[in-house]
Design a binder for this molecule. Structure first.
Ligand code: XUL
Ligand code: CO
Length: 437
């Protein structure tokens, strides 16, 4: 145990009346809700990058946070200390999973081979820590966007050597994820997009990205990795336009490149909002298309209009998200990763805990609200009733291959079909949801 968190004790569930800021008020890991424990439903993960790699520096100001592993001359010793603190924090919080990029955990070397050796050395540490603590890896990923070699994209880069370098880096990150028994492997299209159409061949770029993803899937099968490959949609930032714009766009891409049964999506709250959608819209689209995988939980600042990655604290937003996740059958290999970071004035180690405690309690409370909504069932029956007309034989016949426009037209005339509008009762539905929040 490092001394980074001082004498803070493991965070415990104390119930809704607790005023202890270092206790859970709703997250009770072993409480059973709809047949599963809260821990099994929510599958929380802490992300390595915002939590341990960011020191508060922004484009306008220097670092604000004390992170004893940042800026050290012995970078590998610092990476080991960072891993020590990370696992201390996972244990203090009692989270079952974490997630990382290769470059979060170990320094980049002068060559890819050296970078790979650095990653492997920390993966050795992780292996040991996983064994000791029982904390697992929700997903691994490769950072193929920070280094300037990736400024024009990774698999979509006009330079084939960057495509090759990215493939080599992903191979190593997937090997590391496999070794740590990761539940998933994520590809967020960091700079897979364009800054201007004027210098871009979009046909080539999409074909290259499609082939790249097929290479990843082929390699996954080759090494026997049984986790899920996930794409994380985002419409813009850092590039002006990102190809993996939203869930529906990703589905079209997967279909075109023959991967709709191989790859699912990791949906992030802030990315959904940037794409002009609600979070629950993206979840329900993924359920509908059969590609729901995992989520990155955070919230955006709803005034500033960019991806602020704040800890979730909006129970109504999370309730609807969990309602649709539960309706879709819940997580399988996926989970709820906090892709969230502190504000730069939150400089104490305890702030890292407050952020996660608040996020976990928000999601736990939302889980209870969503489960109550499902168990009570009115919203579901309202939707079923709304479509009940489709349960008749005549209605179903219209959808069969034997039906045709002229047959339908003939029936409309023969039966004198004259539809009358019925209320969609939106406000009734909204009030119904609020009964559970
Ligand atoms: C960027 C983002 C990434 C991915 C992993 O907006 O969300 O951190 O989650 O590469
Ligand atoms: Co994310």
């Amino acid at each position: 145990m490092s001394d980074f968190f001082g004498n803070i004790e493991p965070i415990k569930f104390e119930g809704p009346d607790s005023t202890n800021p270092l206790a859970y008020r709703y997250y009770d890991a072993n409480r059973v809700v709809m047949g599963k424990t809260m821990q099994e439903h929510l599958r929380f993960a802490v992300c390595y990058w915002h939590t341990f790699c960011w020191d508060g520096a922004d484009p306008f100001g220097q670092s604000t946070m004390v992170r004893p592993w940042i800026g050290q001359s012995d970078e590998m010793a610092a990476a080991r200390l960072k891993a020590e603190v990370a696992f201390d924090m996972f244990s203090l919080l009692g989270v079952p999973y974490f997630a990382f990029h290769d470059r979060d955990i170990a320094p980049e070397g002068a060559t890819l081979a050296e970078s790979n050796r650095n990653v492997q050395a920390i993966v050795d540490v992780f292996e040991q820590k996983i064994e000791e603590t029982g904390v697992g890896l929700l997903w691994g990923t490769a950072n193929i966007f920070t280094n300037k070699r990736f400024m024009a994209g990774a698999s979509t880069n006009p330079d084939p050597d960057v495509f090759a370098y990215s493939a080599a880096q992903v191979k190593n990150a997937l090997d590391a994820t496999h070794r740590l028994n990761g539940q998933n492997y994520v590809l967020w299209g960091g700079r897979e997009g364009y800054e201007t159409l004027l210098n871009t061949d979009t046909k080539r770029e999409l074909d290259h990205m499609g082939r790249f993803l097929n290479l990843v899937v082929e390699y996954k099968h080759k090494i026997g990795f049984d986790g899920t490959i996930l794409i994380e949609p985002k419409p813009q930032e850092p590039t002006k336009h990102q190809y993996d714009f939203d869930v529906a766009t990703v589905y079209g891409f997967l279909k075109k490149y023959g991967l709709e049964n191989e790859v699912k999506v990791n949906i992030e709250v802030g990315h959904a909002v940037l794409a002009g959608h609600s979070f629950e819209h993206e979840i329900e689209m993924a359920n509908t298309l059969g590609i729901f995988g995992s989520i990155d939980a955070n919230r955006n600042d709803y005034q500033s209009g960019w991806d602020t990655d704040q800890f979730p604290n909006n129970v109504p937003e999370m309730t609807l998200a969990l309602y649709y996740i539960l309706q879709g059958g819940g997580f399988t290999t996926g989970g709820l990763n906090f892709d969230s970071k502190l504000r730069r004035q939150s400089i104490d180690p305890a702030d890292l805990l407050y952020g996660h405690i608040g996020g976990m309690d928000t999601c736990a409370k939302a889980l209870l609200c969503a489960a109550n909504m499902i168990e009570e069932g009115s919203l579901k029956s309202l939707v079923e009733d709304r479509y009940a007309g489709w349960n008749t034989e005549a209605a179903q016949a219209m959808l069969s291959k034997e039906s045709s426009l002229d047959k339908i037209a003939e029936r409309v005339e023969r039966e004198g079909i004259n539809p009358q509008p019925k209320s969609g009762r939106q406000e009734y539905c909204e009030n119904l949801v609020n009964r559970f929040i």
